[in-house]
Design a protein around this ligand. Sequence first.
Ligand SMILES: C[S@@+](CC[C@H](N)C(=O)[O-])C[C@H]1O[C@@H](n2cnc3c(N)ncnc32)[C@H](O)[C@@H]1O
Length: 484
Amino acid sequence: MDKLSRKEAARVSNDPTSDNPRSHGSEGSMTEQVRLRPGVTAVRIGVGAGRPTPRQKPNGGANRLLPEDRPVHQWYRFVLSFPPHLVRDYVERFEIGPTHRVLDPFCGTGTTLVECKKLGIPSVGVEAHPMAHFASQVKADWSPDPDGLLAHATKVAGAALARLSREGIHDDLFRPNGSVNLKALRRLPPESARLLLADSMSPLPLHKTLVLLDCLERRRDDRYHRHELLALAKAVVFSISNLHFGPEVGVAPPKTDAMVVHTWLSEVHSMAADLRAVRRLQAAEVKVHNADSRRIAEVLEPQSIDAVITSPPYPNEKDYTRTTRLESVLLGFIKDRAGLRALKAGLVRSNTRNVYKVDDDDRWIADHPEIHRIAHAIEARRKCLGKTSGFERLYAKVTKLYFGGMARHLAELRQVLRPGAWLAYVVGDQASYLRVMIRTGRLLADIGRSLGYEVVGIDLFRTRLATATREQLREEVVLLRWPG
Ligand SMILES: C[S@@+](CC[C@H](N)C(=O)[O-])C[C@H]1O[C@@H](n2cnc3c(N)ncnc32)[C@H](O)[C@@H]1O
C-alpha cells in the first residue's frame, strides 16, 4: 500500500463522538540523552540511536485517540492504551508493507492489529486475557453487513424494551422509573457477583443489562452477535455502570438508573457507521490467538514475523483482570474465582495480585545484576519503612518475575521472527514499588541484548508525572532487531 492510501486509511472518520478510552499503561551509564528540541529528548544507546517518536509530547495528550482514528479503534479500548498513530509511525519507520506480517504479542484491545488492517498489512495478535482477546477479534472482523447489523440490533432492542415495559420498567431518562421492587430484579449468580468491584453496577441498570443479554441470546444471529456483545461491553463500562477510570478503575457515586438499551443501540449505530467507512479499504488479514506470549512458539509458525509493535504490561501494579472485570463477568469470560485464577496464571506477572508460590519466571533473569539490585533495594526500603502487608512483601519478587517473564517471552519469540525483523516495545519507567526507580525500557533493552537481539535505540514516547515522587517518568519505545 502506498503512502497516499495509508494516509487515506488513517483519515476515514465518520463519528464525532468523543473518545472513551481505558489504562494501562528513570539512570544508567551506557546511554546518552540527546536534546532534540525543548521538551523532547531521545536516548541513544548501543549501536544506532533511538529517535523521538513523531507527534510525541513531553506530557499529556501523546496517547489520545485522534478524531480521524476513531473508526473501529473506538469500539472498545483500554484507557490510555497506546495510540494508532504510534503504530503508523513505526510501520513507516520499519518500512513495513502488505507483503510483511506484523505481530503484537500483547495485543490487548487490538490497536496494532486494527491499524495494520487499515493500512493493508497482515498482522497477528496474541492475548492471554479472554475479554481483551474477544475485543481484538471483533475489532479485526469487518465482515458484518452494517445494515443487517443495525436491523438485527433494532429488533433485539425492541424486544428488550417490550420485555422491560411489561415489567413496568422504562429505559427513558424522561420517564424515570419510580420505586421498583429490587427483589424482583435479575441478578448475577453469587459466585460471579462476588468477583465484581463492590457497587460496580446499580441493581436496576444491571437488571436491564441482563434482560438485554437474554434477548441477544434468544434472538442470536451469529453474523452480528459478537459485535453486539462488544458494543454492550463498551456501553456498560463507560455509560451504564458506576465505574470510572482515573486512569485506575474505581467506583463513582452510584447511578440508580441508566438508559441501557438506547445506549447500547447508539454504540451499534456507531459501529455500523464505522463498518461502512472501512469497507472501502483494502483490508488485510488479521489472526488473533488467545494464548500466553511466554509460549508464543506454540501458536505461531517459525520465522513468520517481520516486525513486532507492542505495549506489554509494565511492573506497575496494574491488574488487567480488575480493569476489565465487569464486562468479563457479564459476557461470561470469567465465572468464578477458579476461572479468575486460571486467567491470571497466563499473564506476565506485572502486579502483586497475580503472584503464586509456583512462579519461577525469575530464573530467566538469574544472571542480571541490575534487576537483582533493584529487587534488593525494594526489599531493603520495605524493611526500613516497616511495611509488612502481603502485597508489599511481594514487590521485590514481582519485579524479578516481571522481567523474567519478559525475558522468557523474548527468548521464545526468536523462533518466530524472520532474520532482520524489527521490534518496538512501548514500556514505562515505574516507581510504584516504594519509590524505587525501575527503568523498564533500559532493562528490557539489556535483556534483549543478552538474548542476541541488536539494540537499535530507545525512543522517548512521552513523560508523565509520578504522583508519589513528583518525578517525570519516561514512557519509551525500545527498538530491537533480530539478526537471525
Ligand atoms: C498494555 S496492554 C496492551 C494494550 C494494547 N496495546 C491495546 O491496544 O489495547 C498489555 C496486554 O498484555 C496482556 N498480557 C499480559 N500477559 C500476557 C501474556 N503472557 N501473553 C499474552 N498477553 C498478555 C494483558 O492482558 C493486556 O491486555
